[in-house]
Design a protein around this ligand. Structure first.
Ligand SMILES: Nc1ncnc2c1ncn2[C@@H]1O[C@H](COP(=O)(O)OP(=O)(O)OP(=O)(O)O)[C@@H](O)[C@H]1O
Ligand SMILES: [Mg+2]
Length: 268
């Protein structure tokens, strides 16, 4: 079950690499290492989750992957090219949708935000409607963020990311603030969207069940400084289903193994 990429994964093009990334922050006149030697590869269409406890460095890692923070050492590459700032075809979806959306812009113009300067009005409108349909929000196009629920706001943030037609989507606990029912609906929508657009995903969460349910692989970020201790393949068939997938003995076994690994690392 551990690491070794399957032959299927090997045939897909390599889109994203995190190569031996470490991050130090200034601390009390010196420095403090928050991440150490983080490495993984992501192939086309692959869904990788990274699970870790609070403070393990998950958000810091995602900021490095998205080019918002330069690593102290190591490199992030998109299709073999080292990044130096946010790359065009890599987008981020944040946990805090209320701050990610502009409250004075409608749903439509929030989604258009990243693309309106790049294309003509008609093309932009068409693209916005397409992605709103993908996340089931087309009926709310003229609403303002404060007029829709939290789950709907998160759908809008995802639509905005999709409008950029990314090769890689980086998501930082995107469903962490939602209630359990909305969360499971959005998980299924995300999987549906993924099948349609074929992008690769790095999905950060502290919810082990969510990581297993969504992913092809789950990496465990633990320790101080944070390191990737183990990466597990998820051998569950797709399409996944909230009831049957979660009752599958392979699902139950994996969630058990990952819980144990996180628990052990906490006692190290
Ligand atoms: N800009 C910064 N300067 C100094 N220290 C920082 C900075 N950003 C994060 N840290 C520290 O790095 C560590 C990891 O923070 P990070 O936000 O990445 O954790 P996390 O795993 O996302 O936690 P959570 O699950 O609570 O969101 C923390 O100890 C935090 O205090
Ligand atoms: Mg975080």
């Amino acid at each position: 079950m551990n690491v070794a990429a399957s032959s299927l994964q090997d045939e897909r093009a390599l889109v994203f690499e995190c190569d031996d990334v470490s991050v130090d922050f200034p601390h009390q006149g010196g420095t403090r290492q928050v991440l150490s030697g983080i490495g993984f590869e992501l192939r086309e269409g692959e869904f990788l989750s990274i699970v870790g406890t609070s403070g393990a460095g998950k958000t810091t890692l995602l900021r490095v992957l998205g080019g918002l923070l330069g690593p102290t050492s190591g490199a992030v590459r998109v299709r073999g090219k080292k990044i130096d700032g946010p790359p065009d075809d890599v987008v981020m979806v944040f946990q805090d949708y209320s701050r990610a959306l502009l409250q004075w812009r409608t749903v439509t113009s929030n989604v258009a935000l990243g693309i309106e300067d790049r294309m003509g009005k008609d093309e932009c409108n068409q693209r916005v409607m397409e992605v709103l349909q993908l996340v089931g929000m087309e009926k709310y196009a003229s609403y303002y963020p404060w007029q829709i629920s939290g789950g709907m706001q998160q759908r809008v943030q995802i639509a905005r990311a999709l409008a950029l037609q990314p090769a890689v989507m980086l998501m930082d606990e995107p469903f962490g603030a939602l209630d359990a029912m909305t969360k499971s609906m959005l998980q299924d929508e995300l999987l549906r969207v993924r099948d349609k657009i074929g992008a690769s995903f790095v999905f950060i969460t502290h919810d082990i069940d969510e990581a297993v349910y969504l992913s092809d692989r789950v990496a465990i970020l633990t320790g101080t400084p944070g390191r990737i201790g183990q990466t597990m393949d998820v051998p569950l068939p797709r399409p996944r289903d909230q009831i049957t997938t979660r009752a599958d003995p392979r699902f139950l076994n994996l969630r058990h193994v990952i819980h144990e690994a996180v628990k052990e690392a906490r006692h190290d």
